[in-house]
Write a new protein. Structure first.
Ligand code: BGC
Length: 441
């Protein structure tokens, strides 16, 4: 009786332990291994660099009379036509990976109509990366969506998940064999991050959305920063989980994840409010990543000090970037530690950088950020790559072309590129070695 009970207790303990570690252990043994270098790259997104993306939702928002966008993207960096020279430049600088997005609005400009030309274009971009020994790091959705999707309500529409899955299916079937690593969404938590601890939505946003809806002959217009944040998060998490399955069933075997907008959140006094922010903004995504993905992408630029009354304003005397954010490159360390501890996954820093016209300040930022990354790694955080935001000076959404975040400056009138000294500095800090990724299947 007694021994029976203790055997039962042993079994139970073992069962509990096995359940707690079942996912990583099982997948690690059964999984194929995809070897990638320690990823050292620079990042972009389609809408911000490609130019003339006519079927995108942002294109409508930036042109309505009550727009909150400083200026339209227009031809941007004309990267859609100049990707060959841009990719060659990135490789020449000494990087080993290029992060860019596939644009749903180009691939499916009208509902149900797939553009073979757009898919062929992205195949060329991927091939070009391989020709230059760059690992293509692909984002399936980086903020811009097709206007028709927005006019159906965006992520609040009933069949939003199915629409996204169809796009992922078509795209990964056509391109998967050439992809090196990918994320479903870019910063799906950004809306919540911007709302937490703040008085509400910016004035004028609703008017802008109503005008955009009217222009599309609809009564709604849902873009990446609109809608009920919880409803949208639930939908996008469902879409992410199912998209991972859809993408995995296509050709190619590559690490899959999701990238999150983060600040390095530091408690001032009791950590209660800081922890509340973490729960509200990141936690559901980190748990979803843990249960579905191979990695989590950390995108971090600065820190937030959080006291019992919420976010503590940064002191007037502290150094700031051109975005008005505190100059705090050490944010990489805190954000990676936190993300890894909750997601229990490898981390890739998929964005980090600074808006500044002073390249010496950027160089200072880069040196400190890489040192922060190294501290976290030495301490055992499994970090597998670093991407600087951004590769080219590009369209900074509602801030237009005013902030300069690129390693490479772009004279848009001439479409001429000039690498800044920080580009060579960062390329020279590239971490050696490669990593065997045991992929979840
Ligand atoms: C986004 C980029 C953006 C960058 C700097 C991130 O939130 O992913 O698209 O340009 O931050 O603002």
């Amino acid at each position: 009786m007694t021994s029976g009970n203790s055997a039962a207790a042993r079994v139970t303990r073992r069962t509990v332990l096995a359940a707690a570690t079942a996912w990583p252990v099982r997948s690690a043994f059964a999984a194929p291994c995809r070897t990638l270098p320690f990823l050292w790259g620079a990042a972009s997104s389609g809408y911000q660099v490609e130019g003339d993306e006519r079927a995108a939702d942002i294109r409508i928002l930036e042109r309505v009379p009550s727009t909150l966008f400083r200026e339209p993207a227009g031809l941007a960096d004309d990267h859609y036509r100049r990707y060959r020279e841009d990719i060659a430049l990135l490789a020449w600088l000494g990087f080993n990976s290029f992060r860019f997005s596939l644009e749903w609005a180009r691939i499916e400009p009208e509902k149900g109509v797939i553009s073979r030309d757009a898919l062929a274009h992205y195949r060329d971009v991927l091939r070009c990366c391989h020709e230059h020994d760059l690992v293509p790091c692909v984002t399936y959705s980086h903020f811009a969506n097709p206007a028709w999707f927005a006019a159906e309500g965006g992520w609040e529409a009933r069949d939003a998940v199915d629409r996204f899955l169809r796009y992922c299916d078509v795209t990964s079937r056509a391109l998967g064999d050439l992809i090196g690593i990918a994320a479903t969404f870019n910063e799906p938590d950004l809306h919540k991050l911007l709302l937490w601890g703040r008085p509400g939505e910016p004035a004028g946003k609703q008017a802008m959305l109503s005008e955009a809806a009217r222009q599309c002959g609809s009564d709604r217009f849902g873009y990446y920063l609109s809608g009920d944040p919880q409803r949208v998060e639930d939908r996008m998490i469902a879409a992410h989980r199912r998209a991972i399955g859809v993408i995995r069933s296509g050709p190619g075997q590559y690490p899959l994840g999701v990238t999150l907008a983060m600040t390095d959140d530091q408690a001032v006094g009791p950590p209660g409010r800081r922890d509340e922010k973490r729960r509200y903004v990141y936690e559901n995504w980190l748990v979803a990543a843990r249960e579905s993905a191979d990695f989590v992408g950390v995108q971090v630029y600065t820190r937030n000090l959080i006291g019992p009354a919420g976010i503590v304003p940064t002191s007037a005397s502290s150094e700031k970037t051109a975005m008005g954010w505190e100059f705090y490159p050490d944010c990489v360390e805190g954000a990676c530690r936190y993300a890894a501890s909750v997601a229990r996954l490898p981390v890739v820093v998929t964005e980090n950088g600074i808006a500044t016209d002073d390249d010496a300040q950027r160089q200072h930022y880069i040196r400190s950020a890489v040192a922060a990354l190294e501290r976290a790694r030495r301490d055992g955080v499994d970090i597998r790559g670093y991407y600087h935001w951004s590769f080219l000076d590009s369209y900074e959404w509602s801030a237009g072309y005013a902030p300069h975040m690129g390693l490479v400056s772009v004279n848009r009138a001439m479409q001429a590129r000039v690498p800044k000294p920080s580009a060579a500095l960062l390329a020279g800090l590239k971490l050696p070695g490669s990593v065997c990724w045991k992929l979840v299947r």
